[in-house]
Write a protein that binds this ligand. Structure first.
Ligand code: SF4
Length: 210
């Protein structure tokens, strides 16, 4: 792509960008995982994304280039952003989301360990670019059978009402153990949200879980 304005040089720590993602939201999606999380929930299955490690540094332009590449290949404008904790890099997140909306991405689902009320109070300018938010930390003792939740305390907020029908349907789906195992750049990743018992069994495995 050709744009190289000032905002595109903003840096961001990103663990992984991958498509097709079939297990984190409706339809065929592009997945973007931020690197770095200060929340650090007990039992988190994505501990490898906790450190704010500079080796994961990219510019927003590089991230957008990769997203556009996948968007063309898979003919999708649907994205799931997770982590790590995206709001721990709020300036970069704002810049990325603004660009994605300029590029007509029309289904941006974001997972945050912060609660909706906190985000609304502190990051209203970012929330306006998010179509669907799933909020709250992972709480190991709160089991759930819902496909989109890691633990039962988490809630889905459909902020873009034009997506209500599709997400209301998605919300009803139960976990069916469907996970994606992928390799990229010599690393192996498990994509999706396993149930809590499954997570515990695999918590000592060498594979990374996203
Ligand atoms: S579940 Fe999410 S918010 Fe909680 S520690 Fe893991 S990456 Fe951070």
């Amino acid at each position: 792509m050709n744009y190289r304005d000032k905002e595109s040089n903003t840096s961001v720590l990103i663990n992984l960008i991958y498509a097709p993602v079939l297990t984190l939201g409706p339809g065929i999606r592009i997945g973007v995982w931020f690197q770095g999380c200060s929340i650090r929930c007990k039992g988190c299955i994505s501990k490898h994304t906790w450190e704010f490690d500079k080796k994961y540094k990219k510019t927003i332009a590089q991230v957008i280039d990769q997203i556009n590449y996948y968007s063309e290949i898979y003919n999708t404008k649907s994205i799931t952003i997770s982590g790590g904790e995206p709001f721990d890099q709020s300036t970069s997140l704002y810049t990325l989301l603004k660009k994605l909306k300029e590029l007509k991405f029309n289904d941006i689902l974001l997972y945050s360990g912060y609660k909706f009320n906190y985000l609304q109070k502190n990051y209203g300018d970012i929330l306006k670019y998010i179509d669907v938010l799933i909020d709250g930390p992972f709480i190991e003792s709160k089991k759930t059978n819902k496909i989109y939740k890691g633990s039962n305390n988490q809630r889905m907020y459909i902020l873009n009402k034009s997506l209500s029908q599709i997400y209301q349907e998605y919300k009803k789906q139960l976990k069916n153990k469907k996970l994606q195992l992928i390799t990229k750049d010599n690393e192996t990743y498990l994509i999706g949200i396993p149930d809590i018992d499954f997570s515990k069994k695999f918590s000592k495995n060498l594979i990374k879980k996203l």
